[in-house]
Ligand binder design. Structure first.
Ligand code: ZN
Length: 224
């Protein structure tokens, strides 16, 4: 269960910039740099590297929808939850806590990554629903912006271009669906689920999907 929580927290950190951009489309990211420990800086840089790599693969097209006040309230709520989580972790482990976010500081990532890195066994059960709820809330906020958009990638399984689309599926599942006209049948271990005979990757699987895509593209380059 611990690995799932860590994965959830890292996922939220990964998509945090997208959430902020969704809040204020076309505006530079508004947060100021906080005082971070060298460890947190190293982790943040590593995170930024992974994020650049993954986001460059799953770049969503056209400009986002207009600002939505529910996105702003999601940002603020999640920031509070992330700060609480990091503070609870610091309290339990005895590590020095991160300073709370100052006015106008909207970066939850240091808190998410702090908690992900240090989460003690004692807090696993307590933190699990919070982490999962964070993922759901980010996914839903982003779906308001991204639903319906096509991704400019070639499906590694059916080889069709621009067949992937972000969908808000029944049950509130935000997912990438391969909507190519061709038969698309990824092996069971590489697909999240199915919908109307089409392979579906829920939002939690996107980072993994991006890595798979990267590997497929590299194999393609070597082969050609
Ligand atoms: Zn496909």
């Amino acid at each position: 269960m611990r690995e799932e929580i860590v994965a959830d927290l890292k996922w939220v950190a990964e998509y945090w910039p997208d959430l902020l951009e969704a809040r204020l489309p076309g505006t530079p990211r508004p947060w100021r740099q906080m005082d971070l420990t060298p460890e947190a800086i190293a982790e943040r840089d590593e995170q930024a590297r992974i994020e650049r790599f993954e986001r460059s693969l799953l770049t969503l097209g056209a400009s986002p929808a207009p600002v939505d006040v529910t996105i702003l309230s999601t940002v603020l709520d999640l920031l509070v939850h992330a700060d609480d989580l990091a503070a609870a972790v610091a309290h339990t482990t005895g590590d020095s806590p991160l300073p709370p976010p100052g006015p106008g500081e909207l970066d939850a990532r240091p808190y998410l990554l702090y908690a992900a890195r240090r989460l003690p066994d004692d807090l696993v059960e307590w933190a699990a629903p919070t982490a999962r709820q964070m993922v759901d809330r980010v996914a839903h906020a982003l779906s308001m912006v991204y639903a319906g958009q096509r991704l400019d990638v070639t499906c590694p399984w059916c080889r069709q271009e621009a067949a992937w689309r972000v969908r808000d599926l029944p049950g509130g599942m935000i997912a990438i669906v391969c909507e190519s006209g061709a038969v698309c049948e990824p092996p069971a271990r590489e697909v999240g689920t199915w919908w109307g005979g089409r392979p579906v990757w829920p939002v939690q699987d996107w980072a993994r999907l991006a890595r798979h895509l990267q590997a497929a593209e590299e194999r393609g380059r070597i082969a050609s």
